[in-house]
Design a protein around this ligand. Structure first.
Ligand SMILES: *Cc1c(COP(=O)(O)O)cnc(C)c1O
Length: 411
């Protein structure tokens, strides 16, 4: 009998983006001429940097000749990319990471989703709320969460509320947890953890033999000095943290696909016989068994962001998005809305007026000014009463949307 993995049935449907699409089509059916501006997308819009395009072209040409053609590469990634990552993202900041502690992949959604496989299903998971849904959903699939309760929480998950009341900095849990997901800068709130706050978590993990799963997909957007770009800037983190990085938001690779995971050999867990095992060894086994490497061409493109012109070009694109973020944030504040984020991340997280439910605010923006954003409730129970706007649009549409918020929205 082919029984299914019943855990999948515990997942609520992918309600958020389907429901957004449904409401937009319904509105369009009644208002075919509506000029709708989308500030809801979590995808980049600007093209790849010229330095990346050149590197991709050169790599394609290499594939055309037998003497430079490449077949299967190392599953963990080519050394030219691993060395560039280590040098630019770690060694330059005084962090020592070994080449066998980096695993290049086809993006970090798969890595943050798959990492839980190398942990026991008995591990207790803590997840910030609201956050990127991948961490929770993959743990539901693995059977680590129990059932969904009427209040929107899974029974065996420790939720770490992040709201304006605690300045979006999660408090340490009362109970002991084994795996802690932190996303910094956070999607959707656009907020970050200071060095002091992150140190508190590293100390918690060290004292409780827990592992921090640190998603730094937006590290390249950080502008403030006191915000760590990598968790390994915190003393002791190399014993307790796994870090996920991606070229997607850093360099426009959402469609090109490349990311990497850092697992220091000093991060260990306990086997059933009581011995200590490196998570690095387990991930290496998993990665080489279930993954056959990121395309050579793509890795050449990714390595090009670390050249001098590559760095300059990706910084320009990030600045472009961050200028959009400033325009949105200041526009919201000008009409008296409270907005967070947008300083170290391309997301602006606004408090809905008078605690309006986030789906009602979605409808209000759609119908009154034809602007689409993302209801906060879609990212976790604590997202209710908030709303996400992104700065990944183009400048003209961002300005037009903000103008409508300022001049046409009724409160
Ligand atoms: C976009 C994003 C990622 C990266 O996804 P890729 O698979 O690398 O494109 C990871 N984490 C968060 C929180 C994100 O928003």
């Amino acid at each position: 009998m082919a029984y299914i993995n019943n855990n999948y049935l515990k997942l609520p449907g992918s309600y958020l983006f389907a429901e957004i699409a449904r409401r937009i089509s319904a509105y369009k059916a009644d208002h075919p001429d509506a000029d709708i501006i989308r500030l809801g997308i979590g995808d980049v819009t600007q093209p790849l940097a010229p330095a990346v395009i050149d590197a991709l072209h050169r790599a394609v040409d290499e594939m055309a000749h037998a003497d430079t053609f490449r077949g299967y590469g190392p599953e963990q990634g080519y050394d030219f990319l691993i060395q560039a990552i280590i040098e630019n993202n770690y060694r330059k900041n005084g962090i020592d990471i070994g080449s066998d502690e980096i695993f290049v992949s086809d993006g970090s959604k798969s890595d943050c989703g798959n990492i839980q496989e190398i942990f026991s299903t008995d591990c207790k998971v803590a997840i910030t709320d609201p956050v990127y849904p991948v961490y929770l959903d993959t743990n539901v699939m693995a059977g680590r969460t129990g059932d969904l309760q009427a209040d929107g929480h899974f029974a065996n998950v420790t939720y770490l509320p992040c709201t304006a009341e605690n300045n979006f900095a999660p408090e340490l849990p009362d109970e002991k947890v084994d795996m802690v997901y932190l996303c910094c800068p956070n999607n959707p709130t656009g907020t970050t953890l200071s060095r002091k706050e992150l140190t508190k978590w590293v100390d918690y993990a060290r004292n409780n033999d827990a592992v921090i799963l640190f998603d730094a997909a937006y590290a390249a957007y950080i502008t403030e000095k006191d915000v760590p770009r990598s968790i390994y800037e915190i003393e002791g983190a190399k014993d307790v943290a796994i870090e996920f990085r991606s070229f997607s938001k850093t360099a426009g690779f959402t469609g090109t696909r490349c990311g990497y995971t850092v697992i220091p050999k000093s991060v260990t867990g306990i086997a059933s016989d009581g011995s200590r095992v490196q998570f690095n060894k387990l991930w290496n086994r998993r990665h080489t068994t279930k993954f056959n490497g990121t395309a050579y061409i793509v890795q050449r493109g990714a390595a090009a962001i670390y050249t001098e012109e590559g760095q300059k070009q990706i910084r320009e694109t990030i600045s472009y998005y961050m200028e959009n973020a400033r325009i949105i944030r200041e526009g919201l504040q000008a009409v008296g809305l409270t907005a967070y984020g947008g300083v170290n991340a391309p997301y602006i997280w606004l408090k809905t007026p008078d605690n309006m439910p986030s789906w009602d605010f979605f409808d209000k923006l759609l119908t009154e000014i034809n602007v689409v954003g993302t209801p906060g409730a879609g990212f976790g129970p604590c997202g209710e009463g908030y709303f996400r706007l992104t700065s990944f649009g183009d400048r003209e549409n961002t300005l037009r949307a903000v103008d409508r918020i300022k001049n046409k929205l009724h409160f």
